[in-house]
Design a protein around this ligand. Structure first.
Ligand code: PMP
Ligand code: GLN
Length: 408
């Protein structure tokens, strides 16, 4: 069979994700994997115990498509306790990780020809999902070193098409309009957290332009230095137009469990549940029971885990700084970003990452892989720090030797 022209254009040219590629290279070269984001430490024992108990004692047949009621209630309880949100289980759909929630939300709300505001850098699934839904990604770049949200650039992106049309004087047969905005706060890969003012500005733009906000908050509980999390959902006018997405993978450091969820008000929640029912219908039921128990654990359990991650962050930051790398500020996520240019390294990020995994035995993620469009910085590399201390020390030592070889 001739396949040319038969494969959807989004997939025809697509590469393997940078995370999968760097993990494969790390395996191939026996490298320390600080690329793809996952913790090496053992998962919270209470969750392992709860999952195995569920395997023995609970049904292994299909749960309700929207998720176990016990888990949906636990998600609401968790957000009431930790974020002061008043949510009802009917607003929650449990998904196979946040990735499925993102897909369901994009498929539910992006129609062919709709523009979708995407801040860059962005999790690599966003743009392909938007394109597969027939939408048009409109990039608003966030620039290093602080990755702040630019009000003017956002407004320009929202106004661009109408301004261009007005100047041309031509009628538009089918004007594309921004309909959806995707926000990831805290932000992967930068590890930054939006301020109250930035979120208020984004919320105002969403209300004024009647946008639905798909708000990817998977890193909401991986924050350091007392930096608070504020859900976009809480800003005026946003409860009715926000999809809040979360993931047990990040909250508990259980990335392979792939239990996530999406939350929205009435009519949006119904559309999300419909999109989900024909993506996966339902997700692994023993793990749903375990996550329900996990979300009800005392806050001290999560705080203890966060304390370990914070210590690992300090260790890698000190190791990299000691090795001559310029580390950007980080307030959240499992990642530190290094500025290669400021570290005296002239290599582009992709070249650095490819060489470092082979020559130094340390995998990283080139940040340019998470940008699309123009204004792509090519001097930033991301390292995951949720690893044992001796592994971080060895990685820093290897990167010190590597820098000595390549720095100008
Ligand atoms: N969104 C962001 C911003 C992420 O960083 C990740 C995973 N690292 C996901 C979504 C996907 O989460 P999950 O593994 O639950 O699908
Ligand atoms: N988002 C994760 C990271 O930033 C990876 C997720 C994946 O591999 N699909 O490392």
């Amino acid at each position: 069979m001739k396949t040319a022209g038969r494969i959807h254009p989004v997939y025809a040219e697509m590469e393997r994700t940078v995370f999968d590629r760097m993990s494969a290279l790390a395996r191939e070269h026996g490298a320390i994997n600080l690329g793809q984001g996952f913790p090496d430490g053992p998962p919270p024992p209470a969750l392992i115990e709860a999952a195995s108990r569920a395997l023995y004692e609970r049904s292994s047949q299909y749960p309700p498509g929207a998720g176990l009621m016990e888990l949906r209630e636990a998600i609401c309880g968790y957000y009431a306790r930790r974020q002061g949100l008043e949510l009802a289980p009917e607003q929650v759909t449990v998904t196979s990780g946040a990735t499925e929630a993102l897909a369901a939300a994009v498929f539910a709300f992006v129609k062919p020809g709709d523009e979708v505001i995407l801040f860059q850098p962005a999790y690599d699934a966003y743009a392909p999902l938007v394109r597969r839904a027939g939408g048009i990604p409109v990039s608003v770049p966030l620039l290093p070193p602080d990755f702040r949200y630019p009000a003017e650039a956002l407004e320009a992106a929202l106004q661009k098409r109408s301004t261009l049309l007005a100047r041309s004087g031509l009628p538009d047969p089918a004007p594309a309009k921004p309909r959806v905005l995707m926000l990831n706060d805290p932000l992967n890969p930068a590890g930054t957290v939006a301020s109250h003012e930035e979120l208020a500005m984004i919320a105002k733009a969403c209300v004024e332009h009647d946008l639905i906000a798909i708000c990817d908050e998977v890193w909401e509980d991986v924050r350091f230095d007392g930096v608070p999390h504020r859900s976009l959902l809480r800003f005026p006018g946003m409860a009715e137009r926000t999809v809040k997405i979360g993931s047990a993978g990040k909250i508990f450091g259980l990335t392979g469990w792939k239990i996530g969820w999406m939350i929205a008000a009435g009519p949006l929640a119904t559309a999300l549940a419909r999109a989900h029912q024909f993506l996966t219908f339902a997700t692994a039921v023993p793990l749903q029971w375990a996550v329900a128990e996990g979300l009800a654990l005392p806050d001290a359990v999560l705080d203890g885990q966060r304390g370990q991650w914070a210590a690992a962050r300090e260790r890698l930051k000190a190791g990299l700084a000691g090795a001559g790398y310029a580390v950007l500020p980080n307030a959240a996520t499992w990642f530190l970003t290094v500025d290669l240019a400021a570290s005296g390294i002239g290599l582009k990020d992709r070249v650095f990452s490819e060489r470092a995994v082979i020559e130094a035995g340390v995998a990283s993620v080139p940040v340019s892989a998470l940008y699309q469009g123009e204004e792509v910085p090519e001097h930033l590399v991301r390292f995951c720090f949720t690893k044992p201390m001796d592994v971080l020390d060895e990685a820093a030592a290897r990167l010190a030797r590597f820098r000595a070889e390549i720095a100008g």
